[in-house]
Design a protein around this ligand. Sequence first.
Ligand code: ZN
Length: 203
Amino acid sequence: MKIICIGRNYADHIKELDNARPSEPIIFLKPDTAILLKKQPFFIPEFSNDVQHEVELLVRINKIGKHIDQKFAHKYYDEIGLGIDFTARDLQSELKQKGLPWEKAKSFDGAAVVGNFLKKEIFSDINNIDFSLKRNGKVVQKGNSVLMMWKIDALIEYISKYFTLKIGDIIFTGTPAGVGSVQPNDVLTGYIGETEMFSIKVK
Ligand code: ZN
């Protein structure tokens, strides 16, 4: 399986990092080795002094497809989840400055938290899902899928122009504002609505 991530999909997050607004979605990949194993803590890697949390809605692909039209995109996923796209921001800034790929900053072991998934039928509107992240019990990030610049079905159309989507692939749909550094002993808890989707200890 592969993880496809979308960068800069929420206007408020683009602003906080002082990034340019993209004219089309920004895509990068994480390998399956980036997935943080269930029940394991997240270890801050020694190569970064500024690992930041990015809470994101996840979409799990359940049907193989390529060149998927937006109209039919809903047939290719049946579950929505929540995760964290951990980012070594100091390393990413360095790579961005040099015009180099971001993988070392975003795709290292443990950099993808994949929490629980919910059947999409439970949502009355996929484009109106509230989610949030608490750090040590305090809300640090809050988002709603209505604020995505490219909505889930549009992302699937765009991504599948370049990559065949396979069963089990996961899309990280981008983070809203409020990203911040994590510290040893932090507990990060993610919610869709009021439902807890993951809880991660940082070491
Ligand atoms: Zn992200």
